[in-house]
Design a protein around this ligand. Structure first.
Ligand code: ATP
Ligand code: BTN
Length: 243
């Protein structure tokens, strides 16, 4: 099982989990009521005041080449927990977003340390009881409270997420990647959609956009799109996808 370590306030649960993992600890989750310097993919700001579930899980990856399966496992764990605890049907947008009616309710960030003492830290940011969001995300974000109109028990949802994730860790360690992908696909709504992939350049002028139809996922979890009759594999670390 995964032990959970609770804090009131941290800069980022990712950083605290990494610190503990670099001291040799594994199979635990760092959880905070609020974070002051949380980040998303590409170092983007992640809003995480009180009312959300902010957690980072440190695991010893058996196979760094397949570490991206942990992102998929976390998104699937959240989607399943939301159905169980809140009767909410959410969708996963490749590679790391959980959304409801097109609004982002959860993001996943997987970071790793490679080398002799390798570990992976899987960060989960889930909006639970927030009533409103700041101006920069209010058109794109939602919370369980906003959807259902009532408060939910963050600890209960966390327990369900950790239980699910622990099951996926066992599959990951036994290299049963196809089962992880199979479950993830049940929630994913990206395949079959027309998408725009935006490359992750810092300046807008450096970003390129490719449009096409998402037709599948390969075994490295790249998104395959058909664009101008050509198959293109999009890598998680390079692009943001928009519907
Ligand atoms: P994609 O995942 O396709 O790249 P994205 O815009 O969701 O698209 P991410 O890097 O995954 O980008 O997520 C970070 C973004 O999430 C931030 O730039 C911000 O717009 C948004 N965001 C920040 N905090 C929250 C939050 N608590 N809830 C929902 N969205 C948030
Ligand atoms: C994204 O959508 O880009 C990923 C967002 C990940 C946010 C979580 S909140 C817990 C953990 N701590 C962080 O600083 N980030 C992740």
């Amino acid at each position: 099982m995964l032990d959970a370590i609770f804090y009131k306030k941290l800069n980022s649960t990712q950083d605290t989990a990494k610190k503990l993992a670099s001291d040799g600890r594994r199979n635990f989750a760092v959880v905070a009521d609020s974070q002051m310097k949380a980040r998303g993919r590409f170092g983007r700001k992640w809003h995480s005041g009180k009312g959300g579930l902010w957690a980072s899980i440190a695991v010893a990856p058996s196979d760094m080449e397949h570490v991206q399966y942990l992102t998929f496992a976390a998104a699937t764990s959240v989607a399943n927990a939301l159905k169980k605890c809140c009767n909410l049907d959410v969708k996963i947008k490749w590679p790391n977003d959980v959304h409801y009616n097109g609004l982002k309710i959860c993001g996943i960030l997987t970071e790793g340390a490679f080398g002799k003492e390798s570990f992976a830290v899987v960060g989960i940011g889930l909006n639970v009881n927030q009533k409103k969001f700041s101006v920069d995300i209010k058109k794109t974000a939602t919370s369980i409270k906003k959807i259902t109109g009532k408060e939910h028990d963050i600890k209960k949802i966390l327990d369900s997420v950790l239980k699910n994730f622990n099951r996926y860790c066992i599959l990951y360690k036994s290299r049963n990647y196809s089962k992880i992908l199979y479950d993830w696909k049940k929630y994913c709504d990206t395949i079959g959609k027309e998408v725009k992939a935006i490359s992750s350049g810092k300046k807008i002028s450096e970003r390129k956009i490719i449009s096409g139809k998402a037709v599948g996922i390969d075994e490295d979890l790249n998104l395959i799109i058909m664009s101008c009759n050509k198959k293109i594999a999009l890598t998680e670390g390079d692009v943001s996808v928009r519907y």
